[in-house]
Design a protein around this ligand. Structure first.
Ligand code: PAF
Length: 281
């Protein structure tokens, strides 16, 4: 497994690989890798000649009060996981090389980036879209792999790819869960033992919501959200950022629930903010 640190070396490798007629599967990450990332690398390995994984904790997508500084950095474990998944290249650019002095350009996907996560985390998706487009330009992937746990991120990047004619195919992969249903996330490690036990209720509530809609027991989203919020509010130390039923394409809230729909939630438990979603198909 090759480790590339410089942007020019990454571009040269990508150019040579594509010129040889090989496909590149790309998994962008911020490190702190877990089984969710492993599943993306695994899929990329199956579908491409060469697999590139980037590890870059992107300062542009963190708000001033967010966890950029304390975001987990676990380089040795990450490399071991990537080696086990048979990645070919790990790209680890520095902040200085990604955002040199004078860097000014930002990519925005208006409307999609201002709701749900975007409303709670202003500027977040601008940071994501900007870094992902830069990484695409460096890695020149044939396919790029993203997890559906970050459903809105998938929508924002898909829109950007279509709008800017990026020659990459986005592959959205299912959320990987712990045996009890909690969506696997790098931030789960912030949870205390007690909080971890409570955190599973987020998935349980989404699952219940899907049942209530599928069984046509509740098709009015306000009524459904009120019911689910009451359950979430009982988690000790919890604060609901949002729980909404939205259109899978536009992410606009739905009043009367039609299918398919996405039921998405962001909940703080203590100091940890967790997101999850479920597709009501
Ligand atoms: O999903 C993530 O880990 C990040 O948002 C991404 C796509 C690597 C961009 O920094």
């Amino acid at each position: 497994m090759k480790i590339i640190e410089s942007v020019s070396a990454m571009q040269a490798f990508a150019y040579k690989t594509r010129r040889q007629g090989h496909t590149i599967g790309f998994v962008p990450t911020m490190g702190a890798l877990h089984e969710g990332h492993a599943s993306l690398v695994h899929r990329a390995r199956l579908e491409n000649d060469v697999v590139v994984v980037s590890i870059f904790v992107n300062p542009l997508q963190f708000g001033p009060k967010e966890d950029f500084r304390k975001y987990p950095r676990t380089a040795a474990r990450d490399l071991a996981l990537l080696k086990a998944e048979k990645a070919d290249v790990v790209f680890v650019p520095t902040v200085q090389s990604m955002y040199p002095a004078g860097f000014a350009t930002r990519i925005r996907v208006p409307s999609l980036d201002a709701i749900l996560e975007g409303a709670s985390r202003p500027g977040h998706f601008q940071g994501v879209a900007t870094v992902v487009l830069k990484l695409f330009n460096m890695v020149q992937p044939t396919r790029a792999y993203f997890g559906e746990k970050d459903y809105q991120q998938v929508r924002v990047i898909r829109r950007m790819i279509d709008d800017l004619n990026c020659s990459v195919r986005l592959v959205a992969c299912p959320t990987v869960r712990e045996p009890d249903g909690l969506a696997i996330s790098s931030r789960n490690r912030y949870l205390s033992k007690k909080e971890r036990e409570e955190a599973v209720k987020i998935h349980q509530v989404l699952f219940l919501g899907r049942e209530l809609v599928s069984e046509k027991i509740m098709l009015d989203s306000r009524q459904l959200i009120r019911r689910l919020s009451q359950i979430l509010a009982k988690i000790p130390g919890s604060k609901i950022d949002y729980i909404e039923v939205v259109d899978p394409e536009t992410l606009e809230p739905m009043q009367k629930i039609r299918r398919p729909a996405i039921l998405a939630a962001a909940v703080r438990i203590g100091k940890t903010r967790l997101i999850d979603n479920i597709i009501i198909s």
